[in-house]
Design a protein around this ligand. Sequence first.
Ligand code: AMP
Length: 340
Amino acid sequence: MANTKNYIIATLGSHTALQILKGAKDEGFRTLCICEKGKSEPYKSYGVADEIMEVEKFSADSFFKLENELIKKNAIVIPHGSFISYIGPEEVKKIKVMHYGDKGILEWESDRTKERTWLLDAGLKMPKIFKSPEEIDRPVIIKFHGAKGGFGYFIANNAKEFHERIKRYKDHEGYVIQEYIVGVPIYTHYFYSNLADELEIMSFDKRYESNADSIGRIAAKDQLDVGLETSYTITGNIPLVVRESLLPQLFEMGKNVVEKSKKLVNKGLYGPFCLESILDPKLSFYTFEISARIVAGTNPYTNGSPYTWLKYNEPMSTGRRIAREIKNAIEVGRLKDILG
Ligand code: AMP
């Protein structure tokens, strides 16, 4: 039996902290939530945190200030989207407290050029990238570097539209012009256990984006009259089950991505990750992004998904799956293999 009580599972109070902490408790760990002042209510109300530490504001500085305390408590930190965004993929590398997952891979997911090299190398289809606006010959989506949660993306059909629309965005840090794939978004949540060398598909989601997901509620004529433009600000996640015949292909895609990651960084990619794709009407997946950590799309499944039910026969969220992996690693004396 792993002595889980000797460890405390810690994360920042945001993103997927509820299921990470709940899952850790279900596996017998103590839990700690680092919260911004005034934002701890959910973690208290749902009873997922044994301890709460408060900071004035999330940042690399505020995290490093309390790192020694985390080390003393024998904490294992679980990174999630907000954690990485507040601390930054470069600063993450300086973390000394036990950290679940390979830190090096975060650099590959956060740099669009590196990410593209990795995914294309893994044989995935990706939307075309246009080097200059003058090359635009089809619908494209313009994504700003550092844009949070899809805010401020815009669509253009040609160079003229691009130059017209970009005028509204003055203080950006650069952008990428990507082919817009007309199809449906499907986000696949994987878990790769490097202990067992096994890839699992945990669940799927699609996002609920404002205003993209409500434009259909307004007649096309009214959209034009009020000069509506599409934005993709993420507001929530919607659970999804995919056509079963797509599963073999999705397993294959995940396996190839894991395989290629082993050439990129020390231990490669392991633990939870997500391929964010658009499926076109010909059933081709175009992957536009990878998240090399737990994604918020797993949040509808605190009690497990239809897929985890098939495999586990007990409630298994991605958060709990992480804790199970840590527990398994402690049990067989391989904790160092899953810390990065
Ligand atoms: P992202 O911030 O890159 O995850 O993208 C936000 C949203 O924009 C996605 O959930 C999709 O709805 C949409 N999107 C992003 N890239 C594309 C693309 N190449 N083609 C079609 N839709 C896209």
